[in-house]
Design a protein. Structure first.
Ligand code: 9MR
Length: 386
C-alpha cells in the first residue's frame, strides 16, 4: 500500500515536471533559478580597462589558428584584452616537432600580434606531463631527461626573453591520490628526474629570462570534492600545493606566482567553498607570492537549455568565484581560457546532450557581450584597488 502510494505521488510529480518542461519553464522553476541576481554593469568600458582601473591585468588565451584567420575576432580581441596568452603553440607538442628542431613560427606570430596591439604576451607551458610530442616517449629517458628539459627551457624561454610577461613554468604537477612523495603527480619528469625537477625547471627559466614572472600553475584548487573516484579533493590538492610552494621558497627557488586555473562547472558551484579558497589565497600570499587566475571559463553542458537561465548561471559562477579571489590583494591578473564562445575547447570536451552550442565565455559566438561579461565587469569594478 505504502509503496503504491509513493509511486503514485512520484508519478504525479513526474507528470507535473514533464508538463512544465514541455512548456519550457522547468529550468526557471527549479533551484537553477537565478533571476534575482542583478548583473548590471555600469558604463561601456572594456574588461581590460576595468581591470586596469584596479591595478589588475585582464587577458585571454588566443589561438594562432583563430587570430590569424578570423579578422572580426582578431580586431575584437585587443579591445577587451590587455594580454594575449599563448598556449598550445608553445607546448612541447606545438613547438618541438623533433628532438633537435624547434618551430617558433606560430609563437612568433602571436608575440608579434600582441606587440602590434599593445598587449602583454604570456606563455603556457614549459613543463607538463601532457601536451608532449609523439617522439617524446621513445627519445626521452632518465639518462637524457635533465639535458632535454633544461635545453628546452633555455631555448624556448630564451627565444621569447624580453617579449614575455610571464611563463607557466610548471603545470599541474600535484596529484595527491597518485600516492607519490610530496603529493606529486605521476609524470615522466618525476619518473626520470625525481622531486627536484620542478626546482630545476624554475632555475633554468630564470636563467633564460631573468625578467619574466615565473608561475607554478595548478588546476581544481577551487573545487571542494572529488571530480571522480580516485581524484584528489580540493583540500588535499591545496595542502599539497602549499607544501610544494613552501618547499620551493625555502630552497630559494625563483618562483614568483601561483596560477590558479579557473575551469569552473556551472552545475557544481556548490563545490566552491569561499572561506576555504579565500584562506588558501592568504596562505599563498604569506609566502610572498603573487597569484593569477589563469584559465577561467564555465562549463555549461549540464545546465538547462534555456539560454537566459543558462547565461545567468554561468554569470553567477564568474561573479561568485571572482568576488572571492579578487578580494585577495596578491591576485594580480585574470585570464579567461578564450574570449568568445566562437572558439572554446569546451565545444569539444564538454558538449551538451541537446546538441546546443556551449556558452562558457564572456562574449557569445557573434562576439557580443553576455551576462558572463557583465559578471566579470562587475567583479573588476567591485574589486579592491591593488
Ligand atoms: O585547451 C587546450 C586544448 O586545446 C589542448 O588540446 C589541450 C592539450 O594540449 O590542452 C588544453 O589546455 C589545457 C591547459 O594546457 C592546461 N590546463 C587544462 C587545459 C584544458 O585541458
Amino acid at each position: 500500500m505504502r509503496k503504491n502510494y509513493l509511486l503514485t505521488r512520484r508519478g504525479l510529480l513526474c507528470l507535473c515536471l514533464g508538463t512544465l518542461a514541455s512548456i519550457g519553464t522547468l529550468a526557471k522553476s527549479t533551484a537553477f533559478n537565478n533571476q534575482v541576481r542583478d548583473f548590471t554593469a555600469v558604463g561601456e568600458a572594456s574588461l581590460k580597462e576595468r581591470a586596469a582601473a584596479k591595478g589588475l591585468i585582464y587577458g585571454s588565451v588566443g589561438k594562432y589558428r583563430t587570430l590569424s584567420s578570423d579578422a572580426e575576432f582578431s580586431s575584437r580581441f585587443p579591445q577587451e584584452c590587455a594580454m594575449l596568452v599563448a598556449s598550445n603553440e608553445l607546448k612541447w607538442r606545438g613547438i618541438r616537432p623533433s628532438p633537435d628542431r624547434f618551430d617558433f613560427t606560430k609563437g612568433d606570430w602571436l608575440a608579434e600580434f600582441a606587440s602590434r596591439h599593445n598587449m602583454l604576451f604570456r606563455g603556457h607551458t614549459l613543463v607538463w606531463h601532457n601536451g608532449l610530442p609523439e617522439w617524446f616517449q621513445e627519445k626521452v629517458n632518465s639518462q637524457n631527461a635533465e639535458r632535454m628539459l633544461v635545453d628546452h627551457i633555455k631555448k624556448v624561454a630564451g627565444h621569447y626573453a624580453g617579449k614575455i610577461h610571464s611563463w607557466d613554468v610548471v603545470n599541474e604537477a600535484v596529484y595527491p591520490t597518485h600516492g607519490r612523495a610530496e603529493g606529486l603527480r605521476d609524470s615522466p619528469w618525476l619518473e626520470f628526474l625525481g622531486l627536484d625537477y620542478i626546482e630545476l625547471a624554475f632555475r633554468a627559466a630564470r636563467e633564460a629570462d631573468p625578467k619574466a614572472l615565473l608561475v607554478y600553475n595548478e588546476n581544481h584548487l577551487w573545487y571542494e570534492g572529488q571530480l571522480r573516484a580516485n581524484t584528489p579533493t580540493g583540500e588535499a590538492k591545496r595542502t599539497a600545493v602549499l607544501k610544494l610552494l613552501e618547499r620551493l621558497k625555502s630552497k630559494g627557488t625563483p618562483i614568483d606566482v601561483l596560477g590558479i586555473q579557473g575551469h569552473l562547472r556551472g552545475h557544481q558551484l556548490d563545490q566552491l567553498h569561499p572561506k576555504k579558497l579565500r584562506a588558501f589565497l592568504t596562505d599563498v600570499a604569506n609566502l610572498d607570492l603573487k597569484i593569477m587566475v589563469t584559465e577561467l571559463d564555465v562549463r555549461d553542458h549540464k545546465l538547462p537549455k534555456d539560454i537566459d537561465v543558462r547565461d545567468r548561471l554561468v554569470a553567477k559562477a564568474y561573479e561568485d568565484f571572482l568576488s572571492v579571489v579578487l578580494d585577495e590583494p596578491a591576485v594580480m591578473a585574470v585570464f579567461t581560457w578564450g574570449l568568445s564562445d566562437r572558439d572554446t575547447w569546451l565545444s569539444r570536451v564538454a558538449r551538451r546532450k541537446d546538441g546546443l552550442p556551449v556558452r562558457p565565455l564572456p562574449l557569445d559566438a557573434q562576439l557580443n557581450r553576455k551576462l558572463a561579461w557583465n559578471a566579470m565587469a562587475r567583479a573588476f569594478d567591485n574589486a579592491p584597488m591593488r
